[in-house]
Design a protein around this ligand. Structure first.
Ligand code: SF4
Ligand code: SF4
Length: 328
């Protein structure tokens, strides 16, 4: 049984989460929809696709981690937890990948861990596929992910959502507000595992993939702009920078990109990935082979953002399809 809740009631529920939590969701700015902090009435909860995913609320593009002054080091205080509304199933699956990368290995990222543990994630099912999306080829369901606390699906007609909860935290939050107190858990989805059409043979060594297709040809048009990595919901490479001003030093964590030539530049001057082809190959194999081998998750959810945004039309799905074809 799924409860249908009026959109205005749902927005009142969001307002009830304040001031304990910051609110974030898709906000329209001109032609672009972006995840930002805002008020419940700001959030665009139709079928618009957001330019970027809500990844930045867990892994900001730039963040100061530590401040050094007068021989003392002080960690930055964590802001109030955030309730992110309107994350699509592909972006929820991307958070699952990020969690596996940041928390399931030998080292754990305490910042990511804290933000996920304290926050609330409210998913929003897609009504229709968008140009460039291929989540279905990766076995994902555009209408469902269980990697969230609460899931919304737009009810037929305007102005209402089918609402379910998928975690104790989601159930508890809904129960506190009278208009959502009766929302039920999501029905068990036994036997709905979808087939995955896209993926590489994880038993193969990386060197075999180096020779399967012509990588120079695949990346011939690449401009090395890094756009595909900056808008990807699963890309997670970063670097540290120390910046000193007026005797105070901040240690910043900033996103980095494997598509930039200096990403692998050694102190000796040698660069093992000196060509754009080698860098693009790294991007594809990192997502479809290395992370998959290390975590069991493919680090691409078929969100289509890199496909839609690449200025020269490079399409990761077509490249992976060529690889799987060449594997046969
Ligand atoms: S967005 Fe396109 S051109 Fe830019 S780095 Fe990525 S693949 Fe290359
Ligand atoms: S690689 Fe492209 S399609 Fe895959 S998750 Fe990243 S942005 Fe989306």
């Amino acid at each position: 049984m799924t409860d249908v809740i009026g959109e205005h009631v749902f927005r009142q529920f969001l307002a009830s989460l304040e001031p304990a939590m910051r609110l974030a969701g898709p906000v329209r700015d001109g032609k672009i929809v972006e995840f930002r902090e805002g008020a419940p009435e700001d959030f665009v909860l139709d079928d618009s696709v957001s330019y970027k995913a809500p990844k930045e609320f867990y892994f900001p593009q730039v963040e100061r981690l530590i401040t050094f002054q007068d021989g003392e080091a002080e960690s930055e205080p964590e802001p109030r937890p955030v309730a992110v509304t309107g994350a699509r199933p592909c972006d929820l699956e991307a958070l699952r990948v990020m969690r596996a990368v940041f928390l399931n290995g030998r080292y754990k990222d305490p910042f990511f861990e804290q933000r996920q543990a304290r926050g609330l994630v409210i998913g929003l099912a897609c009504d229709a596929r968008k140009p460039g999306c291929f989540c279905d080829a990766l076995g994902l369901d555009m209408k469902f992910s269980d990697f969230c606390d609460i899931l919304l699906e737009r009810a037929r007609g305007e102005g209402a959502f089918k609402v379910t909860h998928l975690s104790g935290r989601g159930a508890e939050a809904l129960a506190k507000f009278p208009g959502t107190a009766d929302v039920k858990p999501a029905p068990a989805r036994v036997g709905v595992t979808r087939g995955r059409a896209l993926g590489l043979d994880l038993g193969r060594g990386e060197k075999e993939f180096f020779g399967l297709i012509d990588w120079e040809d695949a990346a011939a048009a690449c401009q090395g702009c890094g756009m595909c990595t900056y808008i990807c919901p699963t890309c997670h490479c970063f670097e540290f920078r120390d910046v000193t001003e007026n005797g105070v030093t901040g240690r910043y964590r900033c996103w980095d990109s494997c598509m930039f030539p200096r990403f692998t530049l050694h102190a000796s001057g040698h660069n093992p990935r000196a060509s754009r082809a080698a860098r693009y190959r790294q991007r594809v194999l990192h997502k479809y082979l290395y992370v998959a081998q290390n975590t069991g998750h493919i680090a691409c959810t078929g969100c289509g953002r890199c496909v839609r945004s690449c200025p020269v039309g490079i399409n990761i799905k077509s490249i992976v399809e060529s690889l799987t074809e060449a594997e046969k």
